[in-house]
Ligand binder design. Structure first.
Ligand code: KIV
Length: 273
């Protein structure tokens, strides 16, 4: 079986991400939102698991990430944290939980850490949110930033297209990355930005960059697990590589089950008490 052999089962911390960057070891990340999936992904050897607010789309069927609440994120993050032994578990702070004030952001960050058992938080935005991030890090909580396509601001941007295409947008993104590094972020997610810019940012900061639709020059990669496993079969952006086709596998298995029930083949004598 092709795969990644885990030889080191020691828990990965946020500082490990920076050490991996320093020694040139690429960082693998996936999302997860529930106990069972997180347990499988962790034992397969992924370095980081993000309890993304993409749970709003993948788990709750919303068309964007805005509706998911702190309580719902806590439910998902607690389930994931219980399953994970090795990977660094990062939880997204949802829309509305850190934008109102620095104090409220710090309070909500502490609540998520207390009630979930995750290792770190991820927060969207650059310089405009840096003071809040600084306060959260001062409270002892590792923070990963998120620049480029920031889905919580989708109504401001008006779409899910490539970000930082112009020189001035690229400069702002670089300045934001430097600002996030300065306030102490251990990592920055770079979503849907030109590969060349993501490489420049990666070379310009000491914290670890994790790309999604940002080319091959970042320190690591992240995908939404349901997309890379082919559960969400209609979502096929250019940056996505599908490693399985579980939509088809599940449809076929359910079809067999239905046929077996209808034909009275299931349950048979061995499957009965
Ligand atoms: O919520 C999420 O899944 C994310 C990733 C796409 C990086 O933020």
């Amino acid at each position: 079986m092709a795969g990644y052999l885990i030889t080191d089962t020691k828990k990965i911390t946020s500082t490990c991400f920076i050490e991996m960057k320093q020694r040139g070891e690429k960082i693998s990340m996936l999302t997860a939102y529930d106990y069972t999936t997180a347990g499988i992904i962790d034992q397969a050897g992924v370095d980081g698991i993000l309890v993304g607010d993409s749970a709003s789309n993948v788990m709750a069927g919303n068309s964007d990430t805005l509706p998911i609440t702190i309580d719902e994120m806590i439910y998902h993050a607690r389930s994931v944290a219980k399953a994970v032994k090795r990977a660094l578990v990062i939880c997204d702070m949802p829309f509305g939980s850190y934008q109102i004030s620095r104090e409220e952001g710090i309070k909500n960050a502490i609540r998520i850490m207390k009630e979930t058992g995750v290792d770190a938080l991820k927060i969207e935005g650059g310089a405009e949110i840096a003071d809040t991030i600084k306060g959260i890090i001062h409270a002892g909580i590792p923070v990963m930033g998120h620049l480029g396509l920031t889905p919580q601001s989708i109504h401001k941007f008006g779409g899910y297209g490539l970000r930082a295409k112009t020189e001035s947008e690229a400069k702002k993104l670089m300045d934001d990355a430097l600002c996030l590094e300065q306030v102490g972020c251990f990592g920055i997610t770079l979503e849907k930005v030109p590969a060349q810019l993501a490489t420049q940012v990666t070379q310009g900061v000491n914290c670890a960059t994790i790309g999604i639709g940002a080319g091959n020059g970042t320190d690591g990669q992240i995908l939404v697990y349901a997309d890379m496993l082919g559960l969400t079969h209609e979502f096929k952006p250019k940056f996505l590589r599908q490693y399985a086709h579980l939509y088809d596998t599940i449809t076929e298995a359910v079809g067999h089950y239905i046929a077996d029930v209808k034909s009275t083949d299931f349950p048979n004598a061995q499957e009965s008490y």
